[in-house]
Ligand binder design. Structure first.
Ligand code: OAD
Length: 245
C-alpha cells in the first residue's frame, strides 16, 4: 500500500482527537453494517425492527431480532481498527470515541472514553417508563417486564426517537474543541450524528475520513482515504507516530 500523505507534523501529542465511528468499523469483526449491499436494511424493514411503532405491533419479532444480533456480537472481537484507536489514544492522550455503534466493541478494545450516541445493544430499558434494566440482556429473545409492568426493550435509539441530550451535547462539544477528527466507517446519512464531521470541519479541525466507499461527506473532508478501517487506521497511526512521538 502506498503512503497516505498526512500533514502529521502540524500536530503534537497535545492535539485533541475525536474518532467518530459507524457500523463499518465493526465490519471486519464480522458484524453487519446497515446500508451496504448485504447490510441489515437491505434485508429487513427498519420500521418493523427499529421503531417504537414496530415494537408496539410485534414485540416478539423485535426482541428476537435483537437477541440474534446480540448473540452474534457476543462472539465478535475487536478488530485491527479498534486496536489502532487504542494505539492512537496512547499517543494522543486527549482523545475520545464517539460512536453510532451499539455493539460495545470499542469498550472491549480498551478505547475510552466512548460516547454511545445510539445506545448499547447489551442493555435494556422499560418501553413504558424508561427505567434501565439488565446490562447483559438475553440472547434468547424472551419477554421480560419492568416493575411498572412495562415490557423491557433494547436500550438503543430507534427511528423516530431522540438521542440522549447530554450525550449529544458532549459529542458536539468535543467535536468543536478537537484538532483532528476521524470519521470512520459511516455512511454519514443519519442525523444528528452525521452533522458531527461538518461541525468539526467548520470549527477548524483537520478531518480524515476512512471508508472503502465515497460518502456524502467525502468532498468536505480534508483527507478522504478509501479502504477498510482495519487496514488504513494502523497505517495512519504509523505516520502520526513516526512524525510526532
Ligand atoms: P451504514 O451501514 O449506513 O454505513 C456503513 C459504512 O461503513 C458504509 O459507508 C460502508 O462503505 C462502510 N464500511 C463498510 N466496510 C467497512 C470497513 N471494513 N471499514 C470502513 N468502512 C467500512 O452504517 P452507519 O453509518 O453506522 O442507527 O449507520 C448509521 C446509523 O444508521 C446506525 O447507527 C443505525 C442505522 O440505522 C440506529 O440504529 C439508530
Amino acid at each position: 500500500m502506498k503512503d497516505i500523505n498526512i500533514p502529521a507534523s502540524r500536530f503534537s501529542t497535545n492535539s485533541r482527537v475525536v474518532f467518530f465511528t459507524g457500523a463499518g468499523i465493526s465490519a471486519e469483526s464480522g458484524i453487519s453494517t446497515f446500508r451496504d449491499i448485504d447490510g441489515y436494511w437491505s434485508k429487513y424493514d427498519p420500521t418493523k425492527l427499529a421503531s417504537p411503532q414496530g415494537f408496539d405491533e410485534d414485540p416478539d419479532l423485535v426482541l428476537q431480532w435483537y437477541a440474534a444480533r446480540r448473540k452474534k456480537i457476543k462472539k465478535a472481537r475487536p478488530n485491527k481498527a479498534h486496536l489502532a484507536i487504542s494505539d492512537f489514544q496512547k499517543l494522543f492522550t486527549d482523545s475520545m470515541v464517539i460512536t453510532q455503534n451499539v455493539d460495545g466493541l470499542h469498550w472491549q478494545a480498551g478505547n475510552a472514553p466512548v460516547l454511545e450516541l445510539h445506545g448499547n445493544i447489551h442493555r435494556e430499558k422499560c418501553f413504558t417508563c424508561g427505567r434501565p434494566g439488565s446490562e447483559v440482556a438475553s440472547t434468547k429473545g424472551a419477554k421480560s417486564y419492568c416493575t411498572c409492568g412495562g415490557l423491557m426493550r433494547p436500550n438503543v435509539v430507534w427511528f423516530g426517537e431522540s438521542l440522549a441530550m447530554s450525550t449529544l451535547s458532549d459529542a458536539f462539544e468535543a467535536t468543536r474543541q478537537c484538532d483532528i477528527f476521524f470519521t470512520i466507517g459511516t455512511s454519514a446519512l443519519i442525523y444528528p450524528a452525521a452533522q458531527l464531521p461538518y461541525e468539526a470541519r467548520n470549527t477548524g479541525a483537520f478531518v480524515i475520513e476512512v471508508n472503502p466507499e465515497e460518502t456524502p461527506f467525502s468532498e468536505a473532508a480534508d483527507l478522504s482515504v478509501r479502504g477498510k478501517a482495519g487496514e488504513i487506521l494502523p497505517k495512519i497511526f504509523r505516520e502520526f507516530n513516526a512524525a510526532i512521538s
